[in-house]
Design a protein around this ligand. Structure first.
Ligand code: NOJ
Length: 534
């Protein structure tokens, strides 16, 4: 299918903006919507198709905005509804689509519904919109550490799969369902192109609220021998997304739903992107796969097959605001489980090796058919900030685990634009809600723009070639998969990643289009390098 005629989301490259850390227009140290609007040309220059904005709604910010107290507004720290409208218009003028975040699993404890539930007392209709019980019914733990149940003053307990300030909604309640249909319409009417759906696999809980046998990984493979945890990936969630799909389909222009669902195996995840459900689901199994030819081959093959079976594209991703940046993650020894943050006292990633592998991984990802998500700063090769002082940390994961998990602040540090400006150009002052390390200067956009071989120019070239060769709507045909080398064709482009120590040849007659690092003198592909040729 030629690129132009396929719906945009089947092949789009979508850039995640984390509003508090991208661009600060007023110098208060927190990024905001006017800041984002003022920097949109960066995304045009980079060559992405769309942006996804993490939450900017009114919120006490107990979990950086994933605790929403009003689904139809903008938190004053980020601006106003008018600023949101201006951002949407400015993006549209530039041909960029905009996806917003939707947080349906839980509200903030400051949401009017939860306040009303607390005020109204046990057995009230107000409590029925959440999951209250007279006794603590099970042993569930919060994803952020500690118990998933908190007791209120009158003795009842409420469920929160995340922070205590994020009470879970009761999705069996018709008012909850109606409310979110209305919220979808509110933003669709304002012109958004879609929604990234937070914790899409969590909305329905097993009816008996049965105990669960910990430890449980966030991403676990359920099969005949391993039952699904009672709080994740229950079959009932799919009915909700079928209802939502009917709403998005009423609007012109292919508005989309993308699932944040930490679900394995690939077949279970693909159920979220059946033709009458969501459009995309982040492939976290891919994000978590080891940097080895075998692991990459296996996850790519299984993901493509599972998605093809339901007629959906695969949605590739390597970094986001919840995980250690891939330029650092891949600098840990191969096979290290993904850490929940890295602190100064933890084993440190090899920065040079990490960036080298990250560039190779990105070129591999951007050559795959389907859609891909980029996380702000990865186009600069930005590493995880592993030196965030404990006093500066903000992530509830750090606090609820008593510091055992360092948390996600290290991937959320405001990004550098100009090496020699205050806050590296993040804002007009030195203020930054998380301290920026001195090494940020060397990653700044202005240090990389126009510099051959810089990570920024590598991303630009890759995105240009990806569009020119219609890789997003292409099809993958394997040429080689050994313990050391993966090679495939996508349309007229030949892609090779060398994981092994011996330099690998590019087939005769092909011209190299792009390479994540220089080739050897004899034109071979060294270890931890991806090459595109045609
Ligand atoms: C997933 C979001 O990406 C994460 O940042 C948040 O903490 C949880 N969901 C809870 O909303």
């Amino acid at each position: 299918m030629p690129e132009q005629s396929a719906p945009w989301w089947r092949h789009a490259v979508i850039y995640q903006v984390y509003p508090r850390s991208w661009a600060d227009s007023n110098g208060d140290g927190v990024g905001d919507l006017p800041g984002i609007t003022s920097r949109l040309d960066h995304l045009v220059e980079l060559g992405v198709d769309a942006l996804w904005l993490s939450p900017f709604y009114p919120s006490p910010q107990a979990d950086a905005g994933y605790d929403v107290s009003d689904y139809r507004g903008v938190d004053p720290i980020f601006g106003s509804l008018e600023d949101a409208d201006k951002l949407l218009a400015a993006a549209r003028e530039r041909g960029l689509r905009v996806i917003v975040d939707l947080v349906p699993n839980h509200t903030s404890s400051e949401h009017p519904w939860f306040r009303a539930a607390l005020a109204a007392g046990p057995g009230s209709p107000e409590r029925a919109r959440y999951i209250f019980r007279p006794e603590k019914p099970n042993n569930w733990k919060s994803t952020f550490g500690g118990p998933a149940w908190t007791q209120v003053a009158d003795g009842e307990w409420y469920l929160h799969l995340f922070d205590a300030a994020q009470p879970d909604l009761n999705w069996d309640h018709p008012e909850v369902r109606a409310e979110f249909l209305d919220v979808l319409r509110f933003w669709l009417d304002r012109g958004v192109d879609g929604f990234r759906v937070d914790v899409a696999h969590g909305l329905i809980k097993q009816a008996d609220l049965a105990d669960w046998h910990y430890p449980a990984e966030l991403l676990f493979a359920a099969d005949a021998d391993h039952p699904r945890p009672p709080m994740w990936d229950q079959d009932g969630v799919h009915e909700i997304y079928r209802d939502w799909r009917q709403v998005t389909d009423e609007y012109p222009g292919e508005r989309v739903l993308v699932a944040e669902a930490w679900v394995e195996p690939a077949e279970r995840l693909a159920a979220y992107v059946r033709p009458d459900e969501m459009h995309q689901a982040f492939n976290f199994e891919y994000l978590e796969a080891s940097w080895s030819a075998g692991a990459q081959y296996s996850v790519i093959t299984r993901s493509l097959a599972a998605n093809a079976a339901v007629g959906a594209p695969t949605t590739w991703v390597l970094s986001n605001h919840d995980v250690v940046r891939h330029a650092s993650r891949l600098g840990l020894p191969v096979g290290t489980p993904r850490p929940q943050g890295i602190g100064p006292d933890d084993p440190q990633p090899d920065a040079v090796l990490g960036l080298r592998r990250a560039r190779a991984a990105t070129l591999l990802m951007l050559a795959l058919p389907g859609s891909a998500y980029l996380y702000q700063g990865e186009e600069l090769g930005l590493p995880e900030d592993t030196a965030v002082p404990d006093e500066a940390r903000q992530d509830p994961l750090f606090f609820r685990t008593g510091g055992e998990s360092k948390g996600r602040d290290g991937c959320r540090v405001p990004v550098p634009w100009e090496a020699d400006a205050p806050s590296y150009g993040f804002g007009p002052t030195d203020a930054s809600w998380l301290p920026q390390p001195a090494i940020w200067a060397e990653y700044a956009v202005d240090r990389q723009r126009g510099v051959p071989g810089s990570t920024y120019e590598l991303y630009r070239a890759a995105l240009r070639l990806r569009a020119q060769h219609a890789l997003g709507t292409g099809a993958l045909g394997w040429e080689t998969h050994t313990d050391d080398v993966l090679a495939f064709r996508n349309g007229d482009v030949y892609v090779l990643t060398n994981f092994g120590p011996d330099p690998a040849p590019v087939p005769a007659g092909l011209t190299v289009l792009l390479s994540s690092e220089p080739l050897t003198e004899s034109g071979k592909v060294p270890q931890d390098v991806t090459v595109w040729a045609a």
